[in-house]
Ligand binder design. Structure first.
Ligand code: HEC
Length: 216
């Protein structure tokens, strides 16, 4: 399996660096920290420049990204207690809708799910980001361009119902998937402020509303 480095800049388009030459096995000399090698830090410094809102600050990994990249690089499973700790940490930071309402407008949600724009240097800072859900999930019928990195979500509420437990779980997933899988590939839409509370409600409605194309 390819080594990957999860970076703070992984917003919607999940930018990843693959198999960095600078991450040599001499990392073991750094207490198993592959990213502390001088050669790796030099590659980062030489190859990335800030442009617009996409600044090199994004190269600073979160603790989740750091630990996941490290164990993947070392080819070892993450210790179960560390994984549990990271997941509990993410879960404890989930912020629920202030008015207790999980559902917005599914039509707005569909646009967000289809929209992969946002957070790049060429995007206007402050303009709304997309969720790009369809890049990873099959959610609607008859659209061959949908991705399969994530599980199929077509007929989501039709299959699971719309109980309070399902609503809460789905919100937590969208807010921060790392609460369930410390090394999830799904962007933490709430935790990293990729989507606003209203946008998350809109994609919730896309998944839950019986009239949404997801449940048709
Ligand atoms: C970069 C890929 C990617 C994007 C973009 C993405 N997801 Fe996911 N999603 C995943 C993966 C992978 C999983 C599987 C679980 C895991 O590894 O965390 C997942 C899991 C889920 C689940 C839980 C599925 C289940 O069976 O319980 C939901 C709900 C979900 N995603 C909704 C969304 C929504 C809504 C969006 C857009 C706002 C979105 N995802 C965007 C990759 C993605």
């Amino acid at each position: 399996m390819k080594k990957i480095v999860l970076l703070a800049m992984t917003a919607v388009s999940a930018a990843v660096l693959s198999g960095c030459a600078g991450m040599d096995k001499s990392a073991s000399a750094n207490g198993g920290d592959p990213f502390a090698t001088a050669s790796f830090q030099k590659i980062l410094k030489d190859d990335f420049v800030s442009k617009g809102q996409a600044s090199v600050d994004r190269l600073k990994q979160t603790q989740h990204q750091y630990e996941c990249s490290k164990y993947e690089y070392l080819g070892k499973p993450m210790p179960a207690d560390l994984q549990k700790k990271l997941e509990q940490d993410a879960m404890s930071k989930v912020v629920y809708p202030k008015d207790g309402q999980y559902l917005g407008d599914w039509k707005a949600g569909l646009k967000i799910a289809e929209d992969g724009k946002g957070m790049q240097w060429s995007d206007k800072p402050g303009s709304p980001n997309g969720g790009n859900c369809l890049a990873c999930h099959k959610m609607i019928a008859n659209d061959p361009s949908q991705g399969n990195i994530g599980p199929e979500l077509y007929h989501y509420a039709k299959l699971r119902g719309n109980s309070e437990a399902v609503l809460k779980y789905t919100w937590q997933r969208i807010y921060d998937s790392e609460a369930f899988n410390a090394c999830s590939y799904m962007p933490p839409f709430g935790a990293h402020k990729i989507l606003t509370e209203q946008q998350m409600k809109d994609v919730m409605a896309l998944l839950m509303d019986p009239d949404s194309p997801v449940n048709k």
